[in-house]
Write a protein that binds this ligand. Structure first.
Ligand SMILES: [Zn+2]
Length: 232
């Protein structure tokens, strides 16, 4: 690599995660430089040469990370990248997951929606897309659809009503939170972000979805640990 070259990691819709060289990308005024900067959505022309991938042309479309981005938003954005790195599959099976990460970055950084809510939507939907969908349809014990409080078991991915037996360590979810969780798992993608819940519920939801994702995947996300360390 020359001193003006970069090796970049891209999450692509067509190929999943790839690493490619961008020659001259560190030069000032390089269009490639802008397109290959962190948290940028762009269009890339890539060829394989001598066993490695090279970026020939790169055009930035949206740069999500601007100066003055606050630390919470930046940390969650980086967490979304780590989710992509962990859950993207090789080949062209990433369309919905790619759309999820892209839209979540947009709602987080451009639309400035409440960060814990966008984080919760992304975590739970990423789990569902990746084959870890919980069963939120009805109480696992008696089939009841709704109760004032339902209990979510992150280990088994099931819900139980107040009358049925449950294991320790379940999360209590009121109707607002349960509806939100059902929406995130079952809604058509077009409607995924079209709901609001009070901020205090969104914070609780974000704790539940983190616990669910880490329990189910047994994966330790470095950026999530950092996020938890800066949360008030
Ligand atoms: Zn029940």
């Amino acid at each position: 690599m020359g001193e003006n070259d970069k090796l970049v990691t891209l999450f692509t819709k067509e190929q999943g995660i790839i690493k490619a060289f961008a020659s001259g990308a560190k030069q000032t005024k390089s269009k490639k430089g802008a397109a290959t900067s962190m948290l940028t959505y762009g269009s890339f022309a890539i060829k394989s040469k001598n066993g490695s991938l090279r970026i020939y042309e790169a055009t930035p479309i949206t740069m999500f990370f601007g100066a003055g981005t606050d630390i919470e938003i930046l940390t969650i954005s980086q967490y979304f990248c780590e989710l992509a790195d962990c859950f993207a599959v090789n080949g062209n099976n990433n369309a919905e997951f790619f759309r999820l990460i892209l839209n979540s970055l947009h709602f987080l950084t451009v639309k400035k929606r409440f960060p814990p809510l966008i984080k919760a939507i992304t975590e739970l939907r990423a789990a569902a897309i990746s084959g870890y969908a919980p069963n939120l349809i009805a109480c696992d014990g008696c089939g009841k659809f709704q109760d004032d409080i339902m209990y979510f078991n992150a280990q088994d991915g099931i819900i139980t009503c107040g009358d049925c037996e449950r294991t320790q360590g379940c999360f209590a979810a009121d109707q607002t939170m349960l509806s939100a969780m059902r929406h995130i798992v079952y809604a058509d993608f077009e409607k995924l972000y079209n709901f609001e819940i009070p901020d205090d519920r969104a914070k609780l939801l974000s704790e539940i979805t983190s616990a669910y994702l880490t329990t189910q995947t047994d994966y330790r996300f470095k950026t999530l640990d950092f996020y938890n360390s800066i949360k008030e």
